[in-house]
Design a protein around this ligand. Structure first.
Ligand code: ATP
Ligand code: MG
Length: 212
């Protein structure tokens, strides 16, 4: 393999996407641009191990909403990998499988909100994870970056020594949108237009999600 062969850079945007909203889409687009990624793979979680309740739509519905939301963007794709896996999904398994699929010329970038990266790096598989991927953590309204300093997770360019998480922090235009708030709005008959793509809003309303 030639030394200067261009490596492929793939972003992985994991989430429950219950439902997907503009906060997710803006974060993925900004990571794509800032890190010159070739594409971003949205990865709806199958059975989120730590979030099991009746509020969570079936995986196929969350997958569909994610496809609707990402359809207009040629650099966004949606993966069925986690929703098709039996049993709970762990990020480390997903990354191993993606490495296998894409091969050694590919670098993976795991994109998360600042809240989620904090949780991920506290998991027991954290050491394994940082060998498999770099992390791109987007600042999210309401989550302080102070914690990162305590964890010795340093901004881009630093913190890349062996055994230290490779985490870059990116700033995105603040969007105080969450799936939790969208579900609450639907339940209370408040508007969700302009918080989610139009097709996503229509599909949610016509399906009657979160109404009972
Ligand atoms: P919920 O309220 O149900 O937890 P959520 O809005 O946090 O939903 P998730 O599917 O849990 O959405 O999040 C997937 C990823 O997107 C996580 O890494 C999360 O930090 C990130 N994310 C979610 N909303 C935003 C936002 N408004 N800005 C930046 N990142 C976000
Ligand atoms: Mg969340």
């Amino acid at each position: 393999m030639s030394e200067n062969k261009k490596r492929i850079r793939i972003g992985i945007m994991g989430g429950t996407f219950n439902p997907i909203h503009y906060g997710h889409l803006v974060t993925a687009e900004e990571a794509l641009f800032q890190f010159k990624l070739d594409k971003v793979v949205f990865m709806p979680a199958g059975v989120p191990p730590h979030k099991r309740d009746k509020e969570i739509l079936p995986p196929e519905e969350r997958y569909l909403l994610t496809v609707i939301a990402t359809a207009p963007n040629p650099d966004f794709v949606v993966s069925r990998l986690e929703i098709e896996r039996k049993g709970p999904s762990y990020t480390v398994d997903t990354l191993l499988e993606l490495h296998e699929r894409y091969g050694p010329e590919t670098d993976l970038f795991f994109i998360t909100g600042a809240d989620a990266v904090w949780e991920i790096l506290a998991w027991k598989d954290a050491e394994r994870l940082v060998e498999l991927t770099e992390f791109i953590a987007a600042t999210r309204p309401g989550y302080s970056l102070e914690k990162f300093k305590k964890l010795h997770v340093l901004p881009e360019g630093k913190g890349r020594e062996k055994g230290k998480p490779r985490v870059s922090i990116i700033e995105i235009p603040s969007l105080a949108i969450s799936s939790t708030d969208i579900r609450r709005r639907v339940r209370e008959d408040r508007p969700i237009r302009y918080l989610v793509p139009e097709g996503v809003a229509s599909y949610i309303l016509k399906s009657g999600f979160w109404k009972d």
